[in-house]
Design a protein around this ligand. Structure first.
Ligand code: CUA
Length: 317
């Protein structure tokens, strides 16, 4: 297995990657060799058969051996490419029966992953190594596309229907997850990670993910959720303006809304902004935040409120 990557491809890290790369490199090298042969002969003939005197060009009309060769060789190449592609396509589309099933939801502009054990994560998919993982994917809004270059898998994620893909990671590590369908202003920030761990680490992680912040202050738990639930993608905590308003100096201050109203940012305002973001949009921002209804538990909302509250006097950059 190629574990270092090449100029075209990152390292192979799934069971399908070798086959995808084999097909790619077969086509790549066949193209280079054929290009060299065709251009080489064309150049040679330009020199060899250029008109030197006032003579007629050759009267040769056809050559059976040559014609058979240039029909047969490309046909064989195409059959090889077809067989490689078809085998890979079947393998990519038949999900193994014992696969770990994870629900993937794409929305502007983050990914959520729901595990059979009842935990969910945002922008981080954690999976055990050497285990088939089946992804059932759908979108809450527009078309997104789930792409993990190291695994060589890419599949559109659509609203109103499910699409499926699967992979089996062969090496522990952290791999990039990209959205590869232009889905609006935050498309380029719709980036996640796939963390491949061994079985023991996976069990430990599941336990940790089910952790509800017990023994932690709400404020500290909120700081943790601010990153793990991807608030950080759009909301700064140092006064910088992002896709959404900063969390610094919000609590306890009055906020002007897009519809002209002015409201006091208290606990209920923050809670409502998390669960019904479209109801009170801050002036100067677009109503692009998705609802976190169903993603956050009550205690998690409490923690985020406490965290935002703790930033009420935070100075800007
Ligand atoms: Cu989601 Cu691009």
């Amino acid at each position: 297995m190629d574990t270092t990557g090449t100029i075209f491809m990152p390292p192979e890290s799934s069971t399908i990657a070798g086959e995808v790369d084999a097909a790619f490199y077969f086509i790549y090298w066949a193209s280079i060799v054929l290009f060299a042969i065709v251009v080489g002969f064309a150049a040679l003939f330009v020199l060899k058969y250029r008109r030197k005197k006032r003579e007629l060009t050759s009267g040769v009309a056809h050559n059976t051996k040559l014609e058979v060769a240039w029909t047969l060789i490309p046909t064989i190449l195409i059959v090889i490419v077809f067989v490689m592609g078809f085998k890979g396509f079947i393998k990519m589309n038949v999900i193994p029966k014992d696969a770990l099933e994870i629900k993937v939801t794409g929305q502007k502009w983050f990914w959520t992953f729901d595990y059979p054990e009842g935990v969910n994560t945002v922008n981080e998919l954690v999976v055990p190594v050497d285990k088939a993982v089946a992804l059932t994917m759908s979108s809450q809004d527009v078309i997104h596309s789930f792409f993990v270059p190291n695994f060589r898998i890419k599949m559109d994620v659509l609203p109103n229907r499910y699409s499926m893909t699967w992979f089996e990671a062969t090496r522990p590590g952290v791999y990039d997850l990209f959205c590869t369908e232009f889905c609006g202003k935050g498309h380029s920030e719709m980036i996640g990670k796939v963390r491949v761990v061994n079985d023991r680490e996976y069990e430990e992680w599941l336990e940790e993910a089910a952790f509800g912040g017990e023994g932690m202050s709400l404020e500290d738990y909120g700081a943790k959720l601010y990153v793990s639930k991807a608030c950080v993608t759009c909301h700064s905590i140092d006064g910088r303006i992002g896709t959404g308003p900063t969390f610094a100096k919000v609590y306890g201050h009055s906020v002007r809304l897009a519809d002209g109203r002015e409201v006091m940012a208290d606990e209920n305002y923050i809670r409502k902004s998390i669960l019904e973001p479209a109801s009170e949009v801050v002036a100067g921002f677009q109503s692009v935040m998705p609802t976190y209804q169903g993603i956050l538990k009550d205690r998690e909302i409490d923690a985020l409120v406490a965290f935002i509250k703790s930033l009420k006097d935070k100075e800007g950059p």
